[in-house]
Design a protein around this ligand. Structure first.
Ligand code: PHE
Length: 349
């Protein structure tokens, strides 16, 4: 038996459902709202499911008709959900692109990149120059025995620089090295000629600091020991180093001097960066600036290092890299190199 009333009613409700659902879906404004609509119109507890409950009371013929009508309504609703969904997704994407607009042509946030301190750059460059000339690098301790810093270097017991006044003693026989020259002895005790070595590092003196003096400053010691090493080798070597660092137009001058551990001894001057040797205010009218000391290794020092002075000779030098930095950077007060003021240091980047 069939229930015509129920059938007609079901068909009418399906039609209402279709119209209502499609209107609701096309009026939905967000993906979340659309999802609610999907559950409401096609889910297990939907009106569609409720309408289909009459199925059991219908004739096979009507069931088929109602089934087909229901499928068509369901298809239409799914179609509407699908196309509204696509619209909303496109719109939401557009909104997001607008909101999160990124101008890839804007300059980025720069990273603060550090750079080497000008004094360290000088150290590395000078070490490199010596390495290229066949020297190896030896590092001695900054806290040194009085024995190495003075005694084995032939300093007389009453030499003024051994005074507590100029020197930082740690104990009676240990001190902050006042020079890199103790490295000479350490090298000679470890290496046999031919020796070509440098000792770069910090040295300490109780100085009254001024525009050209620091109490902690860099030195690079050099030592060459071999058969037939001459003063000419020393002069040629230092001239080459200075010219590789400053350029070929820089002249080097050797001035007689005295050190207990070299004989003969000299002080090394470089022609003034400002006037080129004519004499000006930067060099006190001299035309020359002092870079360090040098000389032929004293026979007693060779002996103290276990090297036979009758068979070998050697030269040694001690240069002041901070002075190199000053002269290259036209820095008139060396203390600026230790103050860590970035406004000053950045100029040498
Ligand atoms: N050690 C000396 C100084 O500090 C420099 C020097 C080194 C002189 C080697 C001669 C040879 O003044």
């Amino acid at each position: 038996m069939t229930d015509d009333g129920a059938m007609a009613d079901a068909l009418a409700r399906l039609e209402d459902l279709r119209a209502g659902a499609i209107a609701t879906i096309s009026g939905t404004d967000s993906s979340a709202g659309l999802e609610e609509a999907r559950i409401r119109f096609t889910g297990k507890k939907s009106d569609l499911t409720a309408i289909m409950r009459v199925m059991g009371t219908l004739s096979p013929e009507d069931r088929k008709t109602l089934g087909a009508a229901a499928n068509s309504v369901k298809g239409a609703i799914e179609q509407a959900l699908e196309s509204r969904g696509a619209e909303l997704r496109a719109r939401e994407l557009e909104d997001r692109l607008e909101r999160e607009r990124l101008d890839v042509t804007l300059p980025g946030t720069p990273y603060a990149i550090g750079y080497r301190h000008p004094a360290m750059r000088t150290m590395r460059e000078l070490i490199r120059i010596f390495e290229q000339m066949g020297y190896s690098v030896y590092e001695g301790p900054e806290v040194e025995w009085d024995l190495y810093n003075f005694q084995l270097l032939n300093f007389p017991p009453d030499h003024p620089s051994r005074d507590l006044q100029d020197t930082f003693y740690v104990t009676d026989d240990m001190l902050l090295r006042t020079q890199t020259s103790p490295g000479q002895l350490r090298i000679m005790k470890e290496q046999r000629p031919p020796i070509r070595s440098i000792v770069p590092g910090m040295v300490y003196r109780d100085e009254a600091e001024d525009a050209t003096h620091l109490s902690e400053f860099f030195q690079i010691e050099g030592l060459a020991v071999d058969t037939n090493i001459t003063l000419g080798d020393l002069k040629g070597t230092l001239t080459e180093v200075v010219q590789r660092f400053f350029g070929r137009e820089r002249g080097v001058r050797f001035r007689p001097h005295y050190f207990p551990f070299t004989e003969p001894s000299a002080e090394i001057d470089i022609s003034c960066f400002a006037c080129g040797g004519a004499g000006c205010r930067s060099c006190g009218g001299e035309g020359w600036l002092e870079l360090g000391g040098a000389g032929m290794v004293h026979p007693v020092v060779l002996q103290n290092g276990g090297i036979d002075p009758d068979e070998y000779s050697g030269f040694a030098f001690g240069i002041g890299p901070d002075r190199f930095t000053m002269m290259r950077g036209h820095i008139t007060d060396v203390r600026l190199l230790r103050h860590g003021d970035l406004r000053f240091l950045r100029q040498f980047n």
